[in-house]
Design a protein around this ligand. Sequence first.
Ligand code: SF4
Ligand code: SF4
Length: 341
Amino acid sequence: MISTVHNATCTVVISRGQSRNPQKRGLEQGIADEIGKLDGVKVLTIPHLYDLPKTSDSYQQLSQIEGDMVVVSWIFSRAAHWVLDRNGIQGQVGIINLGESEDDDESRAEDGSDDPNLDAELDSTEAAVDRVTDIYPRPERNIYCIDLKHANDPQAFISEIKRILGVGTDDPNRSLPIVGGQLVQVEEQTSRRWYPVIDFSRCTNCMECVDFCLFGVYGVDGTESILVEQPDNCRKGCPACSRVCPANAIIFPQHKAPAIAGGQTDGDEGFKIDLSQLFGAPNKNEDPIETAARERDEQLLLVGRDTIGIDDQLKKRQADLAASPKDGLDRLIDSLDEFDL
Ligand code: SF4
Ligand code: SF4
């Protein structure tokens, strides 16, 4: 059931969790009730955005929204941004203040990753490799994705959403005109899905994922850009291709390792590395390429196909990629190596 309105100037989207956990439902409802009272704001509640197909009523609703958008969901903010992007809901990464803690600042100071010299180096090297979004820039409107795992208290999210909307500020550029608030709820059936999501602000279109995946998940579009063409061909629980992506651009939003689920390099937080989990390897001493090849073999066996391990092509491609120009993330890791971490 859908009720539609068009006159709100900013939309807050609440993506419901997959379970029936009453605490989670209460958190979502608490935010919707309070934000729904704000004049000028449309609150749109939809099922879990990762499970929804592009043709769903929910995405049809989202595609009609032209301005800025705040999206709260139960996946990492980086994951949510690129799930929306793959479904045609595109924009710039909005800056979120929720989730940054003093501990984060301290740990960055300790590991040297808030070194101003390092920041300058990252700025100067980020341009060294073209990303898909450099070639195909996204629209200028902002999409602010907030991870509901950050807090248990609705008030934390309400305050952050009000900050983003400029509610209570004297700044005329940030205050919303008063046109009347709106509450819309979209109800539709979904089932749980598992597929890769590409962070196009990192992806270099190198095609390693197309060559590595033997299940026909990836393809290319009319401009020869990488595409998750057959998402539901992906093998449930398998994150293998995320380990061979040289740009760390492949996200599995439901994976238990934050590095694979999109939790490490939020656009609003800069580079924020947990080196022990950078590639989400089950054993930190295990080579990520070996892990990926093993995971791919497990899936091949499950469908009755022959295993191939680390074939010569994979070895050669990885060697070629290692020799290609380094990006900011590579250089950050090199710099951290110099700190002997
Ligand atoms: S392997 Fe990574 S960087 Fe290369 S095309 Fe695939 S997603 Fe993009
Ligand atoms: S996880 Fe495995 S099946 Fe899924 S896209 Fe990656 S390589 Fe293909």
